[in-house]
Ligand binder design. Structure first.
Ligand code: ADP
Ligand code: GLC
Length: 503
């Protein structure tokens, strides 16, 4: 792997299918959608035949304007065939086909994984139907991919289907790559799923995929996928340890020879402060004037004093334990009482944190603002209008928002974990080094000290602040490098699967 494979970009194009529960800009819960919306574009630019398949959730807008395939899709799951309608469009600005599988029972509801009452109880059935449906679609199209790229637990049974019931079919030649975006979510499912997926019981038992009455869908994928990736090199190491493996470190160590950490890129055409149409003003590293306009708009939007000289710290995040924002909630009073700063937060998820931040927005009116909800446009205004971006994550497989921040000249204040460690270089005072502020311990004091350090840099060392900003904006965070790494990995996977190197 690595540099020695550079010549391979000139050899045979691959057929690659992404099977994913989310894809930007159609349906997004988190960064998985960003990755699946962006990497295929880059692979297509390299000449590969890439396609994406995703469920047609009820929340997807404008679907009726797409083309529906005339032939219904009969998906063999459970005791009877279940039917899907296939909608077809392309990833915006590309010719990459994107297929969406519609089924009233499983996907007419708007939710992806969770309803207001918690995880959907039939998630195992929904995503198994989807996984099998995506494979059936290939059979219907008579389009047999070289590589099937799966994402997280929802697609964990795909590699197993290809290794068992479908192994002897033309689809069975496809190599599989499973990307772990977040090991915390493993898809524990009732064992009814084995019958529903029409998979052999014995394989589940042999590989320890069943525990009591439950099956671990992520673990099935980890066992069966030809190759495994995760979204940063540091996270690839962390998940092989008992502390970071969420119970699956043993399987991951067992498969370590097939596991690669490839850091995510960002779609730098969409996330470009010079061209982002959602911003009140555009700017670039060469001319930052527009950033001040974004800051003023942000302050106004959150009811803060419109003052260019007060530093603003932004947060855009799912409100989940993983993100460590409880540390920020606890640190807020100390920070806001001691320092002349403003903080804005956009997020949703954990209801206790939602309430805490809503309460804090009342208590610290004028210096702290919160918007509880999901709002793509506001997320961009925060990235552009802030001076700093806070991510105190306990674990962070990759993290995209710190990269969007750097691209927008906003300096990340992050904990050294997973992809945050791999993408943000810590500031060294007086040394013209760094792109952000990095701390080690997941504690209130470590976070507060880093915010204090960032704040002091802003007020006392404006030249160094400007240097940090220029270095952050000059980073190549695009998918170009990582897309080539994926191509190398795909070829390696094909060789392992078929015994023939795809040349
Ligand atoms: P994760 O996937 O763990 O949530 P990432 O940093 O990889 O973390 O990606 C999060 C993505 O979701 C980013 O594109 C971010 O802008 C977006 N996002 C998160 N929360 C919100 C929100 N409340 N409103 C709008 N976008 C959000
Ligand atoms: C997950 C991770 C996040 C990563 C994203 C895309 O949601 O929590 O760190 O950036 O997937 O891979």
């Amino acid at each position: 792997m690595g540099a020695g494979f550079a010549f391979l970009d000139r050899v045979r194009a691959l057929k690659i299918l992404f099977i994913s529960p989310e894809v930007e800009p159609f349906v997004k819960v988190g960064g998985l959608a960003d990755m699946v919306g962006a990497l295929p574009k880059e692979l297509a630019k390299l000449g590969h035949d890439v396609r994406v398949v995703c469920p047609a959730y009820g929340s997807i807008k404008g679907i009726a304007e797409w083309t529906a395939r005339a032939e219904p899709l009969g998906v063999d799951v459970g005791s009877a065939t279940h039917w899907a309608r296939t909608w077809e469009t392309v990833l915006p600005g590309t010719k990459v086909p994107a297929y969406f599988l519609e089924n009233n029972g499983f996907f007419s509801r708007p939710e992806v994984y969770t309803s207001p009452w918690g995880a959907c109880e039939d998630n195992d059935l929904r995503f198994t139907f989807f996984s099998r449906g995506a494979l059936t679609l290939c059979q219907q199209l008579e389009w047999y991919p070289d590589v099937i790229h799966c994402h997280d637990w929802t697609t964990g049974l795909v590699p197993m289907m290809l290794n068992t019931t479908l192994r002897g079919t033309p689809l069975g030649r496809a190599a599989t790559v499973l990307t772990i975006h977040n090991l915390e979510h493993q898809g524990y499912s009732p064992s009814r799923i084995i019958h529903f997926a029409r998979l052999p019981w014995a394989d589940f038992q042999r590989d320890g995929l069943v525990s009591g009455e439950m099956v671990n869908l992520m673990k099935a994928g980890l066992f069966h996928s030809t190759k495994l990736t995760t979204v940063s090199p540091t996270y690839a190491r962390e998940i092989q340890t008992p502390d970071g493996g969420f119970g699956l470190d043993g399987v991951l160590r067992f498969r370590s020879g097939d596991l690669v950490g490839i850091v995510n890129g960002i779609d730098d055409e969409s996330w470009d402060p010079a061209r982002d149409r959602t911003l009140p003003a555009n700017y670039s590293a060469a001319d930052l004037a527009g950033k001040a306009g974004c800051k003023a708009k942000l302050q106004e939007r959150f009811g803060l004093e419109v003052n260019p000289s007060v530093p603003i710290f932004g947060v855009v995040s799912r409100l989940a334990e993983q993100k460590g924002l409880d540390l920020l909630a606890e640190a807020l009073p100390g920070i806001l009482d001691r320092m002349k700063v403003q903080i804005v937060l956009l997020g949703n998820g954990d209801s206790r944190l939602e309430n805490t931040f809503n309460w804090a927005a009342q208590a610290y009116k004028g210096s702290f603002g919160a918007h509880i909800g999901f709002d793509g446009k506001l997320a961009r205004l925060i990235q552009a209008g802030s001076d700093f971006f806070i991510m105190p994550s306990r674990t962070e497989p990759c993290g995209l928002t710190q990269m969007y921040a750097m691209r927008y000249g906003t300096l990340p204040v992050v904990r050294a974990t997973g992809g945050l460690k791999d993408t943000v270089e810590n500031y060294v005072e007086g040394a013209e080094h760094g792109t952000g502020f990095v701390f080690n311990d997941p504690t209130v004091s470590a976070l507060s000290n880093s915010v204090g350090w960032a704040c002091a840099t802003y007020y006392d060392r404006p030249k160094e602040m400007a240097g940090l900003q220029q270095r952050a904006m000059a980073m190549d965070l695009s998918w170009r490098h990582s897309a080539s790494e994926y191509v190398n990995l795909y070829r390696w996977a094909v060789e392992s699967r078929t015994g023939v190197f795809p040349g």
